[in-house]
Design a protein around this ligand. Structure first.
Ligand code: UD1
Ligand code: CA
Length: 463
């Protein structure tokens, strides 16, 4: 028998009062991505027929940040009267659907795809009307408690409404459920807002189903970290730390040396090859790939970049949207801005900034340079203090430096300009015209030495 359709609803309308933020809670970031993005990615692993996100507080912000995606629709919950009320808003989009509804919370970002899959199969296998994912935790404070009679789930009681005895229960509601769609929306109408918060609690559905003799199951999630909800900035920091730790452990298991995992910030999508060494205080973010046998020294941040094998990045570099080829060395204190390409074995030294610039294989820019909109060939030497003057106040212009050229120190290359193959630029030149291949371009005031000037000045002073 083919398994029934799966539909996903994600609750993301709440304000997240405890975050004390103007940003909707689900847009706060963990591991570089908004919380809701993590939840949506997990949802997509079960190939749902539809995904509905319930938005409310900051609805436009949430929609804009997610962009348009196939199969994902948004429903506005206004005002926000509780989790049951939130789910009710999906009725119009799901009224014709049958099968299983997986309900996820936009503020529970660490759920594993395998757990979600298990929730669906357990629920469908048992033929349940509802299956609640639960966990046993040391500190159940703040969560709804699972009250059982004769071993079976009888109801869920929210912290605020719980008696001291119920507060002792350590089995908690994760806020993640599987529902059979058929009885769901009708039953939701039976939920009242009779609780300390005056909200419509989805958790009341359990008692309603039990009264109607509909089967309710639970799925115990073994690792309670997976279902941790984020309600405050402290929880956001704690959960982020767990995500980082998991990533660091994965990388170390795959052969990466991380000298101090506690101060290493590697986002989940980053890939790193074996025998690469990561020093303390490094952040590697976004869609970044670092090859094997690289060394990334302290206080480097790399974002959305491709770094090949055996690259050395010295301390305090910022590398954004760049590509660095094998055996290159960069830094300390280098700034690689987007669309920078560093060739095989090339060297970028201290206080060098590159933007939209290609530095060819074996080329060097070792000290104090700005190279922007430049195409630099192989084996070029860019002397200390070289600047490409790429901007005339209105437009940007390109600089081309061909293979083997030598740019003397403290030169300005006023773009658009081309320095030919093997050409030399004399130190201190302001180059405004192309230098042909093999030529020496010299553009500076001539030096004059005034003989005996010092002696003559002394004599004048005495007179
Ligand atoms: C909820 C559960 C609780 C469970 C906990 C797990 C209820 C009543 N309580 O409590 O049993 O232990 O999650 O994390 O369901 N939301 C809306 N619209 C609303 C209200 C909330 O979309 O009107 C969304 C929120 O944005 C959030 C999710 O629903 O993503 C959960 O709401 P929240 O207020 O955080 O519930 P908890 O108090 O954490
Ligand atoms: Ca919550």
């Amino acid at each position: 028998m083919a398994s029934p359709d799966i539909h996903v609803v994600i609750l993301a309308a709440g304000q997240g009062t405890r975050m004390k933020s103007r940003l909707p809670k689900v847009l706060h970031r963990m591991g570089g991505k908004p919380l809701i993005e993590h939840v949506l990615r997990t949802a997509e692993t079960v190939n749902p027929t539809t995904v509905t996100i319930i938005v409310g507080h900051g609805a436009d912000m949430v929609r804009d940040s997610m962009g348009t995606r196939p199969n994902v629709s948004y429903v506005l919950q206004e005002p926000q009267l509780g989790t049951a009320h939130a789910l009710q808003q999906a009725e119009s989009t799901l009224s014709r659907s049958t099968g299983t509804l997986l309900l996820l919370s936009g503020d529970v970002p660490m759920l594993r795809p395998s757990t979600l899959q298990r929730l669906a199969t357990t629920h469908q296998g048992a033929g349940a009307a509802a299956t609640v994912a639960t966990a046993i935790v040391e500190r159940p404070y703040g969560y709804g408690r699972i009250v059982r009679t004769k071993g079976r789930i009888a109801r869920i009681v929210e912290e605020r409404d719980a008696s001291p005895a119920v507060r002792q229960i350590r089995e908690i509601n994760s806020g993640i459920y599987a529902f059979d769609l058929r009885p769901l929306f009708d039953a939701l109408r039976g939920i009242a807002a009779q609780n300390t918060q005056g909200e419509y609690y989805l958790t009341d559905l359990v008692a309603i189903y039990r009264r109607r003799k509909l089967p309710v199951e639970t799925l115990l999630v073994e690792d309670p970290q997976e279902i941790r909800g984020i309600n405050s900035r402290t929880e956001l920091a704690e959960v982020s730390r767990i995500v980082r730790q998991t990533k660091n452990e994965e990388l170390m298991a795959a052969g990466v040396t991380i000298i101090d995992p506690a101060t290493t910030y590697i986002e989940p999508d980053v890939e790193i090859g074996p025998d690469t060494v990561i020093h303390p205080g490094v952040a590697i973010q976004g869609q970044t790939r670092v090859g094997a046998a690289c060394e990334i020294h302290s206080y480097v941040r790399i974002v959305d970049s491709q770094i090949a094998d055996k690259v050395v990045i010295q301390d305090f570099c910022l590398i954004l949207g760049s590509r660095i080829a094998e055996n290159a060395t960069v830094g300390p204190f280098a700034h690689l801005r987007p669309e920078t390409v560093v060739g095989d074995g090339a060297k970028i030294g201290n206080f060098v900034e590159l933007k939209k610039t290609t530095l060819g294989p074996g080329s060097k820019a070792n000290h104090l340079s700005y190279l922007g909109d430049a195409t630099i060939g192989a084996k070029v030497n860019v002397g200390a203090g070289t600047i490409t003057c790429n901007y005339d106040g209105t437009s940007k212009h390109p600089t081309v430096i061909d293979d083997g050229a030598f740019i003397g120190s403290d030169s300005q290359l006023v773009a658009p300009v081309r320095i030919g193959k093997d050409a030399y630029v004399a130190a201190g030149s302001s180059i405004t015209e192309d230098v042909p291949p093999g030529a020496l371009g010299i553009a500076r005031g001539r030096q004059t030495n005034v003989a005996d000037w010092v002696e003559r000045r002394k004599t004048q002073a005495k007179d």
